[in-house]
Design a protein around this ligand. Sequence first.
Ligand code: G3P
Ligand code: MG
Length: 247
Amino acid sequence: MELPLPRWFAHRGGGSLAPENTLAGIRLAARLGYRAVEFDVMLSGDGTPVLIHDETLERTTNGVGRVCEMPDAELFALDAGHGERIPRLAEAAALCRQYGLLANVEIKPAGGFERQTAEVVARQVDVLWQGAEVMPLLSSFSLEAVEIARDLAPALSRGLLFERVPVDWQQEMQRLQAVTLHCNALHLADDTLVALKESAIPVLCYTVNDTERARALFARGVSAVFTDRLDLFASETSAYKGLQLGG
Ligand code: G3P
Ligand code: MG
């Protein structure tokens, strides 16, 4: 299976032009020519995988409390911005498949729910993208979650996600059989990037909301960036053909 790696990923669904981690955001990304979208997936109180970034509801919805304690009936009645609902993973998968978007599914477990979240998300992703032309890319800051995904759904591509790339990145990439490395653009040292390039590992950087910074990162050898500023890169998204990764 080949993984086409676009250069620009719409961050948290549609970035900042639409409510984050919503179907409206994903639709907007597709309309603006994006070929890849990153979103965060957490379990509801009923164990349903849903798109949301924070462990609590206050910042992005009109709800109050913890996502992992909220029953679906209440969670899906909330407003996630401009009348959008919190989407189920299944709905986001259907939309990404419809638009041919590469989905970077970030497994975002609430504290203490690492195993449960990884199991549910890996199993669902495996089924939801069965036979798809563009297969998704799983990632997580939780290496435990990535390990569980590797064991349950080995055929799915995996990326390791770090705030700062650790010194033992090479061992972790091998151990978890990951194909990409994702990290904060602010903390990516040149010597680390050179070593990653020598190992032919594509590096994806978050969160890049400035065209000059994106250009500088690409010039240094970064393969892709996650952006909230979909408007800034819209003219470039459709033109770029992307790298091909063997998987
Ligand atoms: O997956 C890349 C990026 O989304 C990680 O940061 O906090 O926005 O999920 P965060
Ligand atoms: Mg994320």
